[in-house]
Design a protein around this ligand. Structure first.
Ligand code: PLP
Length: 404
């Protein structure tokens, strides 16, 4: 009999850390700042649109490429924010979350053995999607604490097998937004080496002082870039799994060729609701950002008060802090200790690196949470800090340097 179980391409990925941390959060009754899922609901007008669509009998498969009203709304919103116009029927594909779009892009664009260049820390599905498609991930490290693109490092990662470059801005987990110089580097390198670029912009509406700008506006990028978006992020409905890809016709056709067999279509009533959401007036997006900015400030000042060094994120809903003051061996040790003894769940960013030692001193907190959750978690972190300072954990042999 054959060995049953996962194949060799996926085996190295194991189970995700999100499942472990969520289970530990439940076990220890912790405040969960781990997974990037809001603990509040998205806007009523979007929910009402979904409920109405269900009541109206819109329960059958949608058009494979996306409901016409949604592809139109995506194109209109993107034109508003970027100034670029795309043909909804031809250039847009609606998927089951941006995660499906990532898998569709990679599986439809690369040949077996092709290389996909990506930056670490990365959204953890990137290398898995490449492995599933029989490709090879080539990783360039964004060095903490700046997490800036280094042109020489990027160039060094490119070989004749490189076909795709993956970019993410606003960035999970660092919260950075690519600046003008970095976007220019990406454009220069991608055009010089004739790379297709997947620009993961799912946090496009979550920027604070620094405005997010799509990569597509850079010279030479429009014809080679696929932009990814997500209803989950922009409307706080991560469980609805509605995402999309925007691309020039030949690339959109490629994505569609995988999408038609992967899922065929995203849920129809949720696509109706997504169209309603994306057609919201600018005031919705401004309020959305203002609320998140307040959450960010609450989170960052609380983390700093507890002795965790933390740059204020420019975008996304993640705060990446440095826990080295606590003296743990690595990020996994700190997060496991914190959830058990401090009652706060966070994510060890090693999950977003191939070179896991680069993440040793880092910890990611999600602030897409109610004020009460953030405050509760910060209160517990402050107590944890006091107990740490009083030597309680050292006495128990659980902390300080490599003993953990
Ligand atoms: C950078 C990035 N890209 C894509 C996704 C996936 O988005 P979706 O939930 O729409 O599949 C996430 C979700 O956490 C993410 O952080």
């Amino acid at each position: 009999m054959r060995t049953l179980g996962v194949n060799s391409r996926l085996k190295p990925f194991g189970a995700t850390i999100f499942a472990e941390m969520t289970a530990l959060a439940v076990k220890h009754g912790a405040f969960n700042l781990g997974q990037g899922a809001p603990d509040f609901d998205g806007p009523e007008f979007v929910k009402e649109a979904a409920i109405k669509a269900i009541r109206d009998g819109r329960g059958q498969y949608a058009r494979m490429t996306g409901l016409p009203e949604l592809t139109k709304a995506i194109a209109e919103r993107f034109e508003k924010t970027s100034g670029l116009s795309y043909e909804p029927e031809r250039d847009i594909v609606v998927t089951c979350g941006a995660t499906e779009a990532i898998v569709d892009c990679i599986s439809s664009l690369i040949e077996i053995g092709d290389e996909v260049v990506m930056f670490e820390p990365f959204y953890d599905s990137y290398p898995a999607a490449v492995a599933m498609a029989g490709g090879a991930a080539k990783v360039v490290t964004l060095e903490a604490p700046e997490f800036r693109i280094d042109e020489a490092a990027l160039r060094a990662a490119i070989t004749p097998r490189s076909r795709v470059l993956m970019i993410n801005s606003p960035h999970n987990p660092s919260g950075r937004i690519l600046d003008d110089a970095e976007r220019a580097i990406v454009a220069r390198v991608a055009t010089e080496f004739d790379l297709i670029v997947i620009s993961d912009e799912v946090y496009e509406e979550l920027w604070y002082e620094t405005r997010h700008r799509t990569l597509v506006t850079e010279p030479g990028m429009r014809e080679r870039t696929i932009v990814l978006g997500s209803l989950g992020k922009s409307f706080s409905f991560t469980g609805w799994k509605v995402g999309w890809a925007i691309a020039p016709a030949p690339l959109a056709a490629a994505v569609r060729s995988a999408h038609q067999f992967a899922t065929f279509c995203a849920p129809t009533p949720l696509q109706v609701a997504a169209a309603a959401g994306l057609s919201a007036p600018e005031s919705y997006f401004n309020e959305f950002r203002a609320e998140y900015r307040a959450r960010r400030d609450r989170m960052v000042s609380g983390l700093r008060a507890c002795g965790l060094r933390c740059d204020s994120p420019q975008g996304s809903y993640f705060a990446l802090a440095d826990h080295s003051e606590f003296g743990f061996a690595d990020d996994y040790a700190f997060c496991r200790h914190l959830v058990e003894h401090g009652g706060v769940a966070a994510i060890p960013p090693g999950a977003f690196y191939l070179n896991k030692q680069k993440a040793r001193t880092l910890v990611r907190f999600a602030f897409c949470k109610k004020d009460a959750t953030i405050d509760g978690a910060l209160e517990r972190l402050a107590k944890y800090r006091n107990r740490f300072d009083s030597g309680e954990f050292a006495a128990a042999g659980t902390t300080n340097a490599a003993s953990v």
